[in-house]
Design a protein around this ligand. Structure first.
Ligand code: C5P
Length: 403
């Protein structure tokens, strides 16, 4: 699908770059249009680099080139007909006023009048400007004509005041765009508990046992589920990843902490995906002081098994769909099948971590889904986000029909 992103002149204009990236993740083709004042805040080059497309800044070609050409003069009509949606973020008080009045004095305002595509605006301005009756009337007018308004957030504003006027969160704007475009939100009734990353088991105050899990697969699942409308609880071991916006993030360190967090939140969940690489063993004793090196002597660590959270969930689960992961270096299929039964899971996502492009710390994965009904779905190499969507598709299929 093709959308136009209008960027107008406010301090929040830089956030439009982030919005561009976010919308690209929805596979949207984005034509950016900047008003003259937007270009005082951020350069077209940023958007051209992000979208790989020329940014439209003028109605009649280059500013210095006074001679309009037919092509650029009717471009707004062509863009207006091509797009599936127009989103303006940030939208200043000025652009809202122009839209409400039907003023067409630059490319963006002309496009607005010329397009029949749905329009989403995300206002951002000083709190007094936002609350001014003129702006509020314009907003009411636009809403009455079917424009989708993503209300600004409250908070500290660039002008130094506090109040309503901050551009809404990128995720909120993106969600509205997806909703208006009818992009799928099939997980809206689900609460999905996801574990991610490694766990760490301390030996002494400075040393611990862990594994090479980056958390990327679990975070991709959390992001994908959140985008598809699910309420997401992400219980995460230590990772370097950014917390996905809009998820309930619970950081943990040890297997014991992960178990406590998971069991506490399991009841409210409809789907549980255990993507974490949980430590299978932990030191029996933790030294309160740093273990000293003694030359020539071997140090033997005694390890005990950690509680198997997945198996515990399998024993106690009611109607939840329970999904586990299996990272293997050999006998992938046999191990996955065994885990399905021993852990009472509904699906095991197995990968051979020795394969190129699979497993730890890569952006891609090669997995096979093993299901209770003996089906085996081998997926080709794809990004962890694509894998996440496939897992979620399958999870939804496994959900008992409530309707
Ligand atoms: O038995 P194994 O550790 O290979 O099983 C992997 C699956 O079990 C993963 O989904 C992992 O999150 C989960 N697991 C767990 N608690 C453990 C060990 C693994 O929940 N102590």
């Amino acid at each position: 699908m093709r959308i136009a992103l209008g960027v107008t002149g406010g301090v929040a204009a830089y956030k439009a770059a982030e919005l561009t990236r976010r919308l690209q993740q929805e596979k949207l083709d984005i034509q950016v249009i900047m008003t003259r004042s937007a270009r005082e805040f951020i350069t077209p080059l940023t958007f051209a680099a992000l979208t790989g497309q020329k940014v439209i800044t003028e109605m009649f070609g280059k500013e210095s080139n006074a001679t309009p050409n037919v092509e650029s003069a009717i471009e707004h009509i062509a863009v207006a007909q091509r797009i599936d949606l127009l989103v303006v973020a940030p939208a200043t008080a000025d652009i809202l006023a122009k839209f409400a009045q039907g003023i067409a004095d630059d490319f963006l305002t002309t496009l607005y009048l010329a397009t029949k595509a749905p329009v989403v605006v995300a206002p951002a301005m000083n709190v007094n400007m936002w609350e001014n009756a003129a702006t509020q009337n314009n907003i009411a007018t636009l809403k009455s004509r079917g424009v989708h308004v993503v209300d600004p957030d409250e908070g500290y504003l660039a002008c130094g005041m506090t109040g309503s006027g901050r551009l809404a969160g990128i995720e909120t704007i993106a969600k509205e765009v997806c909703k208006v475009l009818g992009l799928r939100h099939d997980l809206e009734n689900e609460t999905i508990l996801i574990t991610a990353g490694p766990t760490c088991e301390d030996l002494d105050p400075v040393r611990y046992l862990t594994n090479r899990s980056s958390g990327k697969m679990g975070y991709a699942l959390a992001t994908a589920a959140q985008r598809r409308g699910a309420k997401v609880i992400l219980v995460s071991g230590p990772t370097d990843l950014q917390t996905p916006e809009g998820v309930d993030w619970i950081p943990v360190r040890t297997t014991k902490q992960m178990r406590e967090a998971v069991l506490e939140r399991a009841k409210e969940s409809t789907i549980i995906i255990k993507a974490a690489a949980v430590a299978d063993y932990r030191p029996v004793a933790q030294s309160q002081q740093k273990i000293k090196r003694s030359t020539g002597e071997h140090l033997v660590l005694e390890l005990e098994p950690t509680p198997d959270i997945l198996a515990e969930l399998g024993r106690t689960k009611s109607s939840q769909v329970l999904i586990g992961f299996a990272a293997e270096t050999e006998n992938v299929a046999a191990s996955a099948r065994k885990k399905l039964t021993t852990k009472n899971a509904d699906m095991i996502v197995a990968n051979d971590v020795t394969q190129a492009g699979a497993g730890f710390d890569t952006d891609t994965n090669v997995v096979t889904l093993y299901l209770r009904d003996h089906r085996e779905i081998a997926l080709p190499k794809m990004t962890k986000f694509q894998v996440a969507d496939k897992i979620l598709d399958q999870a939804l299929e496994l959900r008992p029909q409530t309707k």
